[in-house]
Design a protein around this ligand. Structure first.
Ligand code: CP3
Length: 370
């Protein structure tokens, strides 16, 4: 990882490296835990700030993004922070308009099959310049964390970004985006290649400015078939991972020092392929429908997940039992605890605290009784 910010100032000494140790397969005293969407609408302090600022203004203002990133860190004993941003800043950087309404993201002018991609997208955009605010946010946040825990950077994977750019928002079927894959495979590949290039740039720039781990969100894996995944999604993810690591090495950053998490939501069918992707993927994320025992049989790689976000609606006793069950299934080593997808806006933050504290205390007990 980078030890100095882009201005040459040394980052604070890391005081809790548990998640990095787990990612590297080194022994840990307890299981590290973070939560997808941990800096979001379930926090009253986020809702308050959000009532004063549009969503993308927060993303584009380093001090605000830093403030939001730290909100859950101040409240809970988390083992990682994730920079406040969004996967959709890449389509924005390519020239697409994205609005964030109460109902989620909306593209007023999504891509159409009969348009030339060159006419719609800025193929030559220099991500490092165009998204400089996001990198500034990462640098100041890594300083502001004062070494309490590592900072995660992230990006959407090409297929998931392509879905939003074509569907114009959420969709139950992704049938418009899938129609491209079936009817316009060449154009689909052109778009996916462009996205892979810009996603790689984005991940490298995040690490240069201070991110210590990165997660690639393939949140829309669940809509693909194994064949489509193998043709259009996996090769892009693997290309990103290996180019990312080679680019870090070329910059003088040890390529093994920045673990890559790949979270392919709904990608049951892809678990064999993902677990076999030696070297480039360090950590595989599991959603709540996936069975940790069967994935553990396939690989010694570090796994991440997968408590049902709705388990936070149970009482605290039952939540403790569910957490214990999860730890028993994954084991306490080579493992990062998380939910199986992002936390919901109506989650109770007392339960969130129970979940995080239980991961630590139960895993410590399990380790000491071995
Ligand atoms: O984890 C964190 O706290 C860091 C920030 C983060 C956000 N989005 C902030 C956000 C991260 C990691 C993301 C990733 C993201 N964004 C994904 C991949 C993860 C996943 O959920 O599968 C996706 C698909 C998006 C696109 C996106 N952004 C959607 C679909 C939505 C609406 C749904 C929702 O949860 O609200 C957003 C909006 C968004 N991104 C919010 C936040 C805190 C809420 C918007 C608001 O404040 O109005």
């Amino acid at each position: 990882m980078a030890h100095v910010d882009p201005s040459g100032k040394a980052f604070p000494t890391l005081l809790n490296d548990c998640i990095l140790r787990a990612a590297r397969g080194e022994p840990t005293d307890f299981v590290p835990v973070w939560i997808m969407r941990q800096a979001g609408r379930y926090l009253p302090e986020f809702r308050e700030l959000r009532s004063k600022h549009p969503f993308f203004e927060i993303c584009e203002t380093p001090d605000l993004a830093c403030q939001v990133t730290l909100m859950p860190i101040k409240r809970f004993d988390l083992d990682a922070a994730i920079i406040f941003s969004d996967i959709l800043i890449i389509p924005q950087a390519l020239g697409m308009e994205v609005l964030m309404s109460g109902k989620g993201p909306e593209f007023p002018d999504p891509l159409k099959q009969d348009e030339n991609l060159e006419d719609r997208l800025d193929f030559n955009v220099v991500i490092e310049n165009r998204l400089s605010h996001a990198y500034k946010a990462i640098s100041i946040t890594r300083h502001a964390l004062e070494g309490r825990c590592p900072l995660i950077g992230f990006s959407g994977a090409p297929w998931t970004l392509m879905c939003y750019m074509i569907e114009g928002g959420g969709s139950k079927t992704m049938s418009k985006a899938k129609k491209w894959l079936y009817q316009e495979p060449g154009k689909s590949r052109q778009l996916l290649d462009l996205l892979a290039e810009k996603v790689t740039d984005h991940l490298v720039s995040q690490v240069k400015s201070g991110a210590q781990l990165v997660q690639i969100f393939e949140s829309n894996a669940e809509y693909l078939t194994l064949d489509l995944f193998r043709e259009f999604a996996l090769p892009q993810i693997l290309k990103i991972c290996s180019n990312f690591k080679n680019r870090l090495q070329a910059l003088g950053i040890d390529k093994n020092s920045v673990p890559v998490i790949v979270f392919a939501k709904g990608g049951h069918y892809a678990m064999d392929d993902l677990t076999k992707a030696e070297n480039s993927i360090d950590i595989i994320g599991l959603d709540w429908t996936m069975d940790p025992l069967s994935v553990r049989q396939k690989t010694n790689k570090c796994l991440q997940g997968n408590l049902d976000p709705c388990a936070l609606y149970t009482n605290s006793l039952e939540l403790t039992e569910k957490t214990r069950q999860m730890l028993n299934r994954f084991g306490t080593q080579n493992y990062i605890a998380n939910l199986g997808h992002g936390i919901y806006p109506d989650a109770d933050f007392d339960r969130v605290k129970t979940f995080i504290d239980n991961v630590h205390s139960i895993s410590r007990q399990m380790n000491s009784s071995k």
